[in-house]
Design a protein around this ligand. Sequence first.
Ligand SMILES: *[C@@H]1O[C@H](CO)[C@@H](O)[C@H](O)[C@H]1NC(C)=O
Ligand SMILES: *[C@@H]1O[C@H](CO)[C@@H](O)[C@H](O)[C@H]1NC(C)=O
Ligand SMILES: *[C@@H]1O[C@H](CO)[C@@H](O)[C@H](O)[C@H]1NC(C)=O
Ligand SMILES: *[C@@H]1O[C@H](CO)[C@@H](O)[C@H](O)[C@H]1NC(C)=O
Length: 428
Amino acid sequence: MAMHQLGFLLLMLLIVSSTGEEDCINSIFNFGDDISDTGNYVILNPSITDKSPTASPSPRPHITWDELNSTSETVDFDSILHGFTRGNRTYGDVHTLPYGITYFKKPSGRFSNGRLIIDFMADALGLPFLPPYLAGLKPEDYKKGSNFAVIGATVLDHDHIQADPSTLPSVPSSSITTPVAAPSPAATSLRVQMEWFKTLLPSLCSNTTTTECQQFLRTSLFHVGGIGGYDYSLDKSHAELQDMVPYVVDTITLAVNELISLGAVELMIAGLLPIGCFPRAQNNYFWTHEYDRNGCVTELNEIARYHNTQLQISLQRLREQYPHVNIIYVDYYDAAMHLINSRLEHGFTNNKDRLSTTCCQAKGLDILLYEAHTESCEAINVCEKPESYILWDQTQMTEAAYEIIASSVVAGNFTTPSFNILPKKCSS
Ligand SMILES: *[C@@H]1O[C@H](CO)[C@@H](O)[C@H](O)[C@H]1NC(C)=O
Ligand SMILES: *[C@@H]1O[C@H](CO)[C@@H](O)[C@H](O)[C@H]1NC(C)=O
Ligand SMILES: *[C@@H]1O[C@H](CO)[C@@H](O)[C@H](O)[C@H]1NC(C)=O
Ligand SMILES: *[C@@H]1O[C@H](CO)[C@@H](O)[C@H](O)[C@H]1NC(C)=O
């Protein structure tokens, strides 16, 4: 075949494969932590013994995926929302109401009162909410996507670091002086989530040819992050946190690299939220007392911005390496800051003066006594109008806040290069 004919054929192939319905997004695969877990944590920890001093020692309700996803819930959420259960201490964590109260009307495994950004994204693409990988569904139930995110997940694999530091990805000579303390089971780190994906993939492609499998991956959206908030633990100084950033960023980059080598071509990689703006940070980071005009811990937001800048530099290198791949950076930091700074326009009236006022609160001093659940809130302390608060609890935003962030990101705002996912919705 003459060279120009071959060239023409290649061009036709490129045109055919880069336009048209076949390239709409048919599925989403998500990796991350609290911000996007849709049930893995609860499936992994089906019941948790209440550690509060006044509670009875009985374990909490045992929750399975079927229960999470069932629609036959008969909980009287109105009475909880209006505080009628006062006197019955319902400990809020994702296992119990008030988590899920606004949209799902029951606990849904999500660390908020309703839908998360990833839910709104799936919805915008006409796809179902992502089923958690750990639900162990049949492969065909994951054809439209799967969620690997787990509440509390870190990027770094802590056991790994402690066992053999030489196996860390190479980074500029920098010093991590102390091993990172694991705030959560290391068994859910980004590397583990990647392993889960690699375990699932062959079964998703089991009935397809290699070409069909590649096409399946080409029409999947991979969303990673924002993850890393739990790597930057609050008992570390600003300098220690800063030293960790290259490790965290490199590990995210390695995961993205691996997804690309598996065949991913549409990737959205999210940066960190302004971690200094959450009450968890304000209450637990004792290294500084510098706050910005919104009451956010300046040093922690600096770490988030530094992480995000380094991540973007790293992603730019990947773009140069893989020009055919769509590597989108999603700026949740700026999206959240934009929301915070225009909070009154968006009806977040209960945060008019203080950003840190949350809809659902833990009960005063108990915060100091809880061992594992300082971040959750209690049903008896839930507000009546969650939509007028930015923050749901110590660490999470409300569904109302997530919806605003999601709709701007879906429309292409806060994405680099700008990426409007709506035209990628499949028509049927
Ligand atoms: C969850 O429940 C909905 C509604 O009952 C159902 O359509 C869907 O298939 C279920 N999802 C999974 C993954 O079981
Ligand atoms: C506490 O819970 C029990 C059992 O669900 C219920 O009968 C009782 O009315 C509740 N008490 C209050 C004060 O809501
Ligand atoms: C592959 O085909 C088998 C037999 O028809 C079916 O049971 C299975 O669900 C299919 N797998 C996927 C991922 O669609
Ligand atoms: C996206 O940004 C533009 C310019 O700031 C703004 O006018 C528009 O309302 C934003 N879109 C969404 C959906 O937030």
